[in-house]
Design a protein around this ligand. Structure first.
Ligand code: E4P
Length: 218
């Protein structure tokens, strides 16, 4: 399972890149706003900077909610960086825009996916990846990871090549479950990447090794 960073924070992208484990980045308007980005030109500059750090796909979300607006924005975003994935929502307008953009070889990440049916439609519309939102389903009392499992199973049954990108990941155990479910990618906040590497026994073990070595060599 590949790991993407779910952030618009350049410092987090740099740290993730240095670890050598991050193969892509996902952004959205909320993540951009968190970094004080409120205009398209600033969003573009930030995405260009991210693309200068990470070689892999960078997902950039459209702001428009109508078909024409999404197509215009998607075409524009596709020119920003070498490896863009245009994020389009799982709405009627989003699916329509998706079909148009993918027919022009623009790669699309279908976002805000909350059902297998939406994922089936995105696949038909040529999405490169579909993003089931695990945490937001958990928030309303459902098992968000069930959706990841179901989409993986249905895509496998029908030999669908759209990648399953587990999104709205809230903690490190979500990553384990996404990997077990067969997700191709999980996009994780930087804090979750840090949770993934942390284990108290690793820290205690490292400290014991250092102490024992110091004692033996003094
Ligand atoms: C990524 O593509 C999504 O936009 C993101 O994972 C949403 O996460 P959230 O539900 O924590 O906002």
């Amino acid at each position: 399972m590949e790991l993407f960073l779910d952030t618009a924070n350049i410092d987090e992208v740099r740290q993730g890149a240095r670890m050598g484990v991050v193969t892509g980045v996902t952004t959205n308007p909320s993540l951009a706003a968190k970094e004080g980005i409120g205009r398209l030109e600033a969003y573009r500059r930030s995405v260009e900077e991210i693309a200068g750090i990470i070689d892999g796909p960078i997902s950039v979300e459209v702001i428009s909610t109508d078909v024409e607006g999404m197509i215009t924005e998607g075409r524009d975003i596709a020119t920003w960086i070498p490896n863009p994935w245009v994020k389009l929502p799982s709405t009627q307008a989003g699916i329509e825009a998706m079909s148009v953009l993918t027919s022009h070889d623009i790669r699309v990440n279908q976002t805000l996916c909350f059902s297998v049916n939406q994922a089936l439609l995105g696949a038909r519309a040529g999405a490169t990846a579909v993003s089931p939102f695990v945490g937001r389903l958990d928030d309303i009392g459902q098992q968000g990871m069930d959706l990841v499992e179901d989409i993986v199973q249905v895509y496998r049954t029908h030999n669908i090549r759209t990648k399953v990108l587990a999104a709205s990941i809230r903690h490190a155990h979500h990553c384990v479950m996404a990997a077990k479910a067969g997700a191709h990618i999980a996009t994780v906040p930087f804090s979750v990447l840090m949770q993934m590497v942390k284990h108290p026994l690793t820290d205690a073990g490292q400290s014991r090794f250092s102490q024992d070595w110091r004692k033996a060599s003094s």
